[in-house]
Design a protein around this ligand. Structure first.
Ligand code: NAP
Ligand code: MG
Length: 402
């Protein structure tokens, strides 16, 4: 078979630990034999980030703005332990945070569904994609532990000195206080990313807040979504036969549980934090979650939702066998290749991405899988494979499909 040609390079962001090992295996076994892979390579492994004073992360994000599609391996977010382990000059920021700040995007997470891995919610037959707003609210708060009686006020001072002032509470004893904010710019970007992604994936979009209680804060989220939808998206949604649906957050939770799945659930920052873990767990396994960062002007960065699988990496370094599931990382590549195929009008590339995804699903459905999947699969006698043999089994299935 002749290798599939690409015209525009993918931005390739390499990463750390076990996922870096999987990254190379996936390229060697599942991509390079079939695709004349064009990438612009950025090494976001922690050592190289440290050598470049993290400039490589910024460069990779700028390259993503230039080319439009990136694929990213999981990376270490340094903490105190990593400072000594990697002898770091500084506790570099989370690469995902840096990239997200430059692309101004929203993260969409969706589970990969496979027969034999049964969701805890039995009606969920289609994936639920969570879109989490990633700016502000309690994640950028200011807090006070109130020591005793006194008056708490909310004060805004405009550039011209004029003030808006509201009483929060007259404390008669000790208590607590919290200040949070968001910006119209960030909420609008969030809304556009969600509407674009709904169009892209032809799924309904749900959004929920607590606007009945929070009549200014949450209500502004609701209003901005509605205004942007009415002005820019209503016709496009109609054409594709999809809907935008707003409801209260508590009603949304009840409806999500009763649903069959198959829609995007846009969440405010805190709701998204909590609900994404709930949804991921209910679908079965963290190693089967995909993740894509979508910017409001249509730039895409694909990755797995899980981390670098440090525990498995340390076993690997000791020469012990690992059974790490590469599927979410493979789907990061297929997501990026399919998008490149779509943007550059290379149907063979898109078709290849789809075939490789089918090969992953079929391999697990045939009873061959990694350890964590075997532990939750309803398959009678699953064959547990090591990290590389699992990828080789997927290659065998892929060859059958091609
Ligand atoms: P993790 O890498 O997601 O792994 C946590 C545990 O989940 C693993 O120990 C393993 O459980 C299981 N697991 C996750 N992915 C798996 C896979 N593909 N196959 C099989 N099992 C899998 O989270 P972490 O250990 O908390 O974090 C490690 C590093 O990743 C940290 O330095 C963190 O900063 C980074 N991180 C990066 C990203 C990102 O780049 N997007 C996201 C999250 C975390 P068992 O050990 O029980 O088998
Ligand atoms: Mg969380």
């Amino acid at each position: 078979m002749e290798k599939i040609r690409m015209t525009t390079p993918l931005v390739e962001m390499d990463g750390d630990e076990m996922t870096r090992i999987l990254w190379q295996m996936i390229k060697d076994e599942l991509l390079l034999p079939y695709v004349d892979l064009k990438t612009e390579y950025y090494d976001l492994g922690l050592e190289h980030r440290n050598e470049t004073d993290d400039q490589v992360t910024v460069d990779s994000a700028n390259a993503t703005l230039k080319y439009g599609v990136a694929v990213k391996c999981a990376t270490i977010t340094p903490n105190a332990a990593r400072m000594t382990e990697y002898n770091l000059k500084e506790m570099w920021k989370s690469p995902n945070g840096t990239i997200r700040a430059i692309l101004d995007g929203t993260v969409f997470r969706a589970p990969i569904l496979i027969k034999g891995i049964v969701p805890y919610v039995s009606k969920w037959s289609k994936p639920i994609t969570i879109a989490r707003h990633a700016y502000g609210d309690v994640y950028k708060n200011t807090e006070i532990r109130v020591p005793g009686p006194g008056k708490a006020e909310l004060v805004f001072t405009g550039e011209d000195g004029t003030q808006i002032r509201e009483t929060i509470h007259n404390f008669t004893g000790a208590g607590i206080l919290q200040g949070i904010h968001n910006t119209e710019k960030s909420i609008s970007s969030f809304a556009r990313s969600c509407f674009n992604y709904a169009l892209d994936t032809r799924q309904d979009l749900w959004f929920a807040t607590k606007d009945t209680i929070s009549k200014k804060y949450d209500h502004t989220f609701k209003d901005i979504f509605q205004e942007i939808y009415d002005r820019e998206y209503v016709e496009k949604f109609k054409e594709l036969g999809i809907d935008y649906f707003y409801t209260l957050i508590d009603d949304a939770v009840a409806r999500v549980i009763r649903s069959e799945g198959g829609f995007i659930w846009a969440c405010k920052n805190y709701d998204g934090d909590v609900m994404s873990d709930m949804v991921a767990t209910a679908y079965g396994d963290l190693s089967m979650m995909t993740s894509v960062l979508v910017s409001p002007d249509g730039v895409y960065e694909y990755e797995a939702a899980h981390g670098t699988v440090q525990r498995h990496y340390y076993k690997h370094l000791k020469g012990e066998e690992t059974s790490t599931n590469g599927i979410a990382t493979i789907f990061a590549w297929t997501g990026a290749l399919k998008k490149r195929g779509e943007l550059d009008n290379i149907p063979e590339l898109t078709a290849f991405g789809e075939k490789l995804e089918q090969a992953c699903v079929k391999t697990v459905e045939s009873g061959r899988m990694t350890r964590s999947l075997a532990s939750i699969s309803t398959c009678e006698n699953p064959v547990v494979l090591n990290s590389l043999d699992f990828i080789k089994a997927i290659r065998e299935t892929l060859d059958g499909l091609l």
